[in-house]
Design a protein around this ligand. Structure first.
Ligand code: C2E
Ligand code: CA
Ligand code: CA
Ligand code: CA
Length: 277
């Protein structure tokens, strides 16, 4: 109401009006940041799993781990809302390690049930450039007695391209460890084909913004077809994200796309629900 009061005051107070608005946003963010500091200890974070299917066989061949925050007041907070905060404050390092450990424990449980099943985790920019990354990952795998092939890493195109030379070194290290790496949100940033060829990665994930209209938009259909061809010519697997309809899945299969992920095949769910159909 004080913001309204200033607004009515006329021209001279415009600046104040805007700055109070942005203060409110900042305060809300600050509150979220403080809550996030305790979220881990309070057990409010959870990992959901979304199936990845092989387009040819239709079988579930793996999954992606997606972080969820059950906030005591706001309810479920989307990762897009708190991961940037975690990233800026550095909390992402502890949270990321918690995700890694939680996922490895879950893979162990699935192995014990006779399910050899790979899980992909998302790495943030800060995590990717942590010096301890390789050591943290190998410790987590070793503690659960897991082969590195069971864990996949997803890194966005923009993280990789931000410092491509450095990224190539980090990626080589991860590769040597036997981990497989996918480039996430492919097509949304600037990628240099030259770098793509030199990065030791295993797969490209086509961003869902290209997949959404493939059945109706000729340009998007051609882009997706071209990305599949490009990836295959570089010896990379291709995964399409955000597949919501049978039609999209059929188109992707006809273009030779390898795997797909999306609400059509299954939404992200808690671990216990992944094999219930
Ligand atoms: P992403 O890695 O691109 O993950 C895919 C997002 O698309 C997920 O959103 C997923 O729920 C959503 N999605 C899957 N299928 C469909 C579909 O058919 N239609 C639509 N409209 N959406 C679909 P979510 O779970 O909200 O995660 C958002 C982003 O947050 C992720 O994007 C990822 O960048 C980040 N994120 C999630 N978990 C983690 C994590 O543990 N660590 C880090 N660093 N980032 C994470
Ligand atoms: Ca991802
Ligand atoms: Ca993605
Ligand atoms: Ca994304």
């Amino acid at each position: 109401d004080s913001a309204l009061y200033h607004a009515k005051d006329g021209g001279g107070n415009r600046f104040e009006f805007y700055s109070e608005l942005s203060n409110a946003v900042t305060l809300e963010r600050l509150a979220l940041e403080m809550d996030l500091r305790y979220a881990l200890d309070r057990g409010e974070l959870m990992v959901y799993y979304q199936p990845k299917v092989d387009l040819r066989s239709g079988d579930m061949v793996g999954s992606e781990a997606l972080l969820r925050w059950r906030h005591p007041v706001h309810g479920l907070v989307a990762p897009d809302q708190f991961i940037p905060i975690a990233e800026e404050t550095g909390l992402i390092v502890a949270i990321g390690e918690w995700v890694l450990r939680t996922v490895c424990r879950q893979i162990r449980r699935w192995c014990d049930q006779g399910r050899r099943f790979s899980v992909a985790i998302n790495l943030s920019a800060r995590q990717f450039r942590e010096r301890e990354l390789a050591a943290v990952i190998s410790a987590a795998l070793a503690d659960e007695g897991l082969a590195p092939e069971l864990l996949e890493l997803e890194i966005t195109e923009s993280i990789v391209m931000h410092n491509a030379e450095q990224a190539a070194v980090i990626l080589s290290g991860l590769k040597e460890q036997g981990l497989s790496v996918s480039i996430d949100d492919f097509g949304t940033g600037y990628s240099s084909l030259n770098y793509l060829k030199r990065f030791p990665v295993d797969a490209l994930k086509i961003d869902r913004s290209f997949v959404r209209d493939i059945a109706t938009d000729n340009d998007d259909a051609r882009i997706v077809a071209a990305v599949v061809a490009l990836a295959h010519s570089l010896g990379l697997r291709v995964i399409a994200e955000g597949v919501e309809t049978a039609e999209q899945g059929e188109f992707l299969l006809s273009e030779g796309c390898d795997q797909a992920q999306g609400y059509f095949y299954g939404r992200p769910v808690p671990a216990e629900e992944l094999f219930k159909t």
